[in-house]
Design a protein around this ligand. Sequence first.
Ligand SMILES: *Cc1c(COP(=O)(O)O)cnc(C)c1O
Length: 426
Amino acid sequence: MGNSVDTIALHGGYNPGNGEPRQVPIYQSTTWKYATSEDMGKLFDLEASGYFYTRLQNPTNDFVASKLCAMEGGFAGMLTCSGQAANFFAVFNICEAGDHFIASANIYGGTYNLFGVTFKKMGIECTFVDQTLPLEELQKYIRPNTKCIFGETITNPTVDILDIEKFAALAHNNGIPLIIDNTFATPVNCRPIEFGCDIVTHSTTKYIDGHGSSVGGAIIDSGNFDWMAHADKFPGLCTPDESYHGLTYATKFGKAAYITKATAQLMRDFGSIQSPQNAYYIQIGLESLPVRMARHCANAQKVAEFLASDDRIAWVKYPGLESDSQHELAKKYCPKGTCGVMCFGVKGGREASIKFMDSLEFATIATHVADCKTLLLHPASHTHRQLTDEQLAEAGIPSDLIRFSVGMEDPDDIIADLKQALDKIG
Ligand SMILES: *Cc1c(COP(=O)(O)O)cnc(C)c1O
């Protein structure tokens, strides 16, 4: 098979034998049959690999996770029931009460809340940092109990590009892994592992599904981080797990240690598996992802250029614009394009923004983002509605920010819809 992500999207992860189904089959079964008690016992002891209960693993999910893993250039992967679960497990697999980690302050609001509020209740502290700080400044946030660093390739909603190499250097100088949420870029436009990232996460709900059908997530491990070289920091991976008769993941499973622990321990205990039916939808989405991402980027570029040229628009932020603050980073990390998401403000404040949004014909007001259909959201009226304008400014979200997720419609139609809605502001 070729190494191109376009080809892996179609042929990776699943290789049917003679007379077997060409498309990935849906294993809609909770459980598996074994001939002897001994056979089954070995699975429970992680002495043999095989399926026994879908809460831990399911073949449909594994086919799809291996395809995504191959697309990311990773070593092992798993699916989760949502992007939130993916980011929760990715961090919780290595952090426990008393630990600390660092995340970019620009990340998705749901993840921000998970890290800042919910992890805190579990005794895990997160420091949010300005991702534009130089390496020496970022180093000051590292503590003896800091266990990982987290960022997003392209931030939701502010479409800032993470300097992955800078953050990989910060992590590796301190003997800890870098985790990156690659939801907006997808492996089609950026493969963070090639720039030194250790673990990649996804909300597959967005571009990977692409058709607004199913909530899901994924974790892909590069297998590159040497846990045993920093064994004192990662007791969960480097000391015996009593719930599996004292086996040690890092020594027994090597490069597969991190994903094996997340599957055998976290999925067993927290049960956040993707349903095989939804995994099948993700698989269909992955097959066309390269074609769709190219279309999203081409459309978004045209829309951003239109917005930048219209004097009823106060500002527009899209990394594909040459004047954009993120353009240079985008060229380095996403040379094929970034994604279909952008932000802009309409002149005339909140009132004009609302009139504009309500006047759109097919561009839909929705919480969702990164979908085949054009969608938009106004954080000040929706996700961040409880905040005052001052609080919004503190969160880095201007009160006039509209998150605009460009779909795959004819770009001239998208621009026409924007134009007629702008005309109605008066
Ligand atoms: C949507 C999103 C998530 C959360 O994913 P769900 O599938 O909605 O749980 C995490 N990270 C990013 C960047 C997202 O856009």
